[in-house]
Design a protein around this ligand. Structure first.
Ligand code: NAD
Ligand code: TYD
Length: 378
C-alpha cells in the first residue's frame, strides 16, 4: 500500500487533489500536513479525513520535528507539496511570510525527505535512493514573469518573477532542482496556469466575483481589465499532477495549461451572465442571493445582476500583463489534455458555489471581512 504525503491538502488545489487521488487509488494511504492558515479548511476534506486511509496532521511544513515524525510514523513514498502562501495581493502586503513558507518550508520538507529516503552512498559520492520515491513540487506559471500579446511560456522560458509570491515560488523551484542536481534526488515540478473550481477561497478572482454578486457588491476590476490569464479547471490540474508523479521523468519540469486565455474583464462578464442565467432559471438559486429585493409580485429581483456591478479600481502593483502556457511537453510525453472546456467548468463552478453557501460562510469569517475591507474598502 503506497502512502502519499500531501502538504497544503486543506487548501483549494490540495483538497481537490486529495479527493481525486483517494477515488483513483482505493488502496493508497494519504497523510495530509496542513497548517490551517486562513486558506486551509478542514471542512473541505471532512469526508476524506474521516476515512481510515487518510491521516490529518495540523502543522507547518517548516517545522522539522513534525516533518520528521510524519516520516517516522508513515512509510512515505510520494511527497506532493501544495503548501504555500498563494495570493499575490497578500504577498505585496507581507512578503516575508511568503519566503518563510514557500522557500524555507519547502527546503525543510526536501531535507526531511532526503534524510528518510537515502539508503546509502554510491562509490561516486552521490546518495543512493530508496526505490520508487518522488518529491513533487507544485509550482506556477507566474515564475516565468509576464508575456506580451504574443507567445507562450515553455519549460525553457527563463524564470523572471515579479511579485514576492512568484519570486518565492521561483526560489522554491530552484531549490528543488538543486536537490536533484546535488543529491540526485528524484523530484519533479509542475507549473500550472490559473486554476478555478470548487473550494476556491474567495480572495481569488473567480470566487470573489461569485461571492460579491451574491452579496450585491461591486466587482473590483484592477486597472483596465485587459490582463490575460490562462484558466484551467482544477480537476484537469489534478489529473496532470497524478500523471507527472507516476510517469513524468525525474528531474523534469512540466507546464500545465489548457490554452484557455481570457482577459479579466471577459471573466467578469461571463461570471455575471452565468449567475444571472442560473438564478433566473431556478427559483431555489434565487433564494441564495444575499441581496434580496422583492419585485411588485413578491418574487426576488435579479435584474440588478448585470454589468453595472463592474467597478474599475486601482491596479495591482507590478501586475503581470499576460500568462499563457505551452503544454506541448506534458501532452507529447504523457498524453495529458484537459477534459473540461471553460464553458462547462465555469457553469459547474457557479453551481457548486450556489449549492455550497455553508462552505463559503465557514471560510469568510471575521478575518476575511477585515482583509476585504483593507483591500477594497468597506
Ligand atoms: P491555497 O491558498 O488555497 O491553499 C494553501 C494551503 O496550504 C492551505 O490549506 C494552507 O493552510 C496551507 N499552508 C499554508 N502555509 C502552510 C505551512 N507553512 N505549512 C503547511 N501548510 C500550509 O492555495 P492553492 O490555490 O490551493 O495553491 C496550492 C499550490 O498550487 C500553491 O503552491 C500554489 O503556489 C500553486 N498554484 C496555484 C494556482 C492557482 O490558480 N490557485 C495555480 C498554479 C499553482
Ligand atoms: P488572482 O485570482 O489573484 O490570480 P493571479 O494574480 O495569481 O493571476 O487574479 C487573477 C487576475 O484577476 C489578476 O490579473 C488580477 C485580477 N483581479 C482583479 O481584477 N480583481 C480582483 O479583485 C482580484 C482578486 C484579481
Amino acid at each position: 500500500m503506497e502512502t502519499y504525503l500531501i502538504t497544503g491538502g486543506a487548501g483549494f488545489i490540495g483538497g481537490n487533489f486529495l479527493k481525486y487521488m483517494m477515488q483513483r487509488y482505493p488502496d493508497a494511504r494519504f497523510v495530509v500536513l496542513d497548517a490551517l492558515t486562513y486558506a486551509g479548511n478542514l471542512g473541505t476534506i471532512a469526508e476524506e479525513t474521516a476515512s481510515p486511509r487518510c491521516t490529518f496532521v495540523k502543522g507547518d511544513i517548516g517545522d522539522r520535528d513534525i516533518c520528521r515524525q510524519i516520516f517516522e510514523r508513515h512509510d512515505i513514498r510520494y511527497v506532493v507539496n501544495f503548501a504555500a502562501e498563494s495570493h499575490v495581493d497578500r504577498s505585496i502586503e507581507n512578503p516575508q511570510l511568503f519566503l518563510q513558507t514557500n522557500v524555507l518550508g519547502t527546503q525543510t520538507l526536501l531535507d526531511t525527505a532526503r534524510q528518510f529516503w537515502t539508503v546509502g552512498k554510491g562509490a561516486d559520492g552521490y546518495p543512493e535512493w530508496k526505490q520508487g520515491v518522488r518529491f513533487h513540487q507544485i509550482s506556477t506559471d507566474e515564475v516565468y514573469g509576464t508575456l506580451g500579446s504574443e507567445g507562450y511560456f515553455t519549460e525553457d522560458t527563463p524564470l523572471c518573477p515579479h511579485s514576492p509570491y512568484s519570486a518565492s515560488k521561483a526560489a522554491a523551484d530552484m531549490l528543488v532542482k538543486a536537490y536533484a542536481d546535488t543529491y540526485r534526488m528524484p523530484v519533479s515540478i509542475t507549473r500550472c496556469s490559473n486554476n478555478y473550481g470548487p473550494y476556491h477561497f474567495p480572495e481569488k478572482l473567480i470566487p470573489l466575483l461569485i461571492n460579491n454578486i451574491l452579496e450585491g457588491r461591486p466587482l473590483p476590476v484592477y486597472g483596465d481589465g485587459q490582463h490575460v490569464r490562462d484558466w484551467l479547471y482544477v480537476e484537469d490540474h489534478c489529473k496532470a499532477i497524478d500523471m507527472v508523479l507516476h510517469h513524468g521523468r525525474p528531474g523534469e519540469v512540466y507546464n500545465v495549461g489548457g490554452h484557455n486565455e481570457k482577459k479579466n474583464i471577459e471573466i467578469v462578464r461571463l461570471t455575471i451572465a452565468g449567475i444571472r442565467q442560473m438564478v433566473d432559471a431556478n427559483p431555489a438559486y434565487r433564494q441564495v442571493l444575499r441581496k434580496k429585493e422583492l419585485a411588485a409580485d413578491g418574487s426576488i429581483r435579479t435584474d440588478w445582476i448585470d454589468e453595472g456591478l463592474i467597478t474599475y479600481v486601482k491596479d495591482r502593483l507590478g501586475h503581470d500583463r499576460r500568462y499563457a502556457i505551452d503544454p506541448s511537453k506534458i501532452t507529447a510525453e504523457l498524453g495529458w489534455v484537459p477534459d473540461t472546456p471553460f464553458e462547462e467548468g465555469i457553469r459547474k463552478t457557479i453551481v457548486w458555489y450556489l449549492e455550497h453557501q455553508d462552505w463559503v460562510e465557514s471560510v469568510i469569517s471575521g478575518s476575511y471581512r477585515q482583509y476585504y475591507e483593507h483591500m477594497y474598502g468597506a
